[in-house]
Design a protein around this ligand. Structure first.
Ligand SMILES: [Zn+2]
Length: 153
């Protein structure tokens, strides 16, 4: 099994997000604005997994994810794991969990939704559909797959 270990540079303090579905890594970098913080980031795309699948992986230095962020991550990568690293050691390991709802983070994909025209905060109800996650808008009641959502500015 050792040959399947990833040869990615170790980080001293920070966060490793592993088991991201291949293709979602870049989306997650953008979603959490990880590249805005000037911290060193190592990204692995289309890495081989032990069962011959592929995955993405992100290592961010000096950044700790909150449980809220971890739950938001679940919208895009429900299988992802988050490892918190301190002094090169994994000190915390948690699986992401889908939140029941998400408020004030995402923009409604429905252009006619009232949230685009009034300064209302957004709110979406999360529906786990197995292979994907749907979000239903509290205001216009339309549901969309999570990958169609952009962040609020
Ligand atoms: Zn809406």
């Amino acid at each position: 099994m050792a040959k399947n270990k990833l040869k990615v540079e170790a980080i001293e303090h920070g966060t490793v997000i592993d088991h991201i579905p291949a293709g979602m890594g870049v989306r997650i970098l953008k979603f959490f604005s990880l590249t805005d913080k000037n911290e060193r980031i190592t990204v692995g795309l289309n890495l081989r997994t032990s069962d011959n699948g592929s995955k993405d992986l992100i290592k961010v230095e000096n950044t700790v994810f909150t449980q809220d962020q971890a739950n938001q991550l679940a919208l895009f990568a429900s299988e992802a794991t988050i490892n918190e690293i301190r002094n090169f050691e994994v000190v915390g390991k948690f699986k992401v969990a889908l939140p029941e709802s998400i408020e004030g983070v995402l923009k409604c994909p429905n252009a006619n939704c009232i949230t685009h025209h009034e300064p209302a905060s957004t709110k979406f109800y999360v529906k786990d559909k197995g292979s994907r996650v749907d979000l239903k808008c509290h205001y216009c009641e339309k549901a969309f797959e999570s990958e169609f959502f952009d962040e609020l500015n």
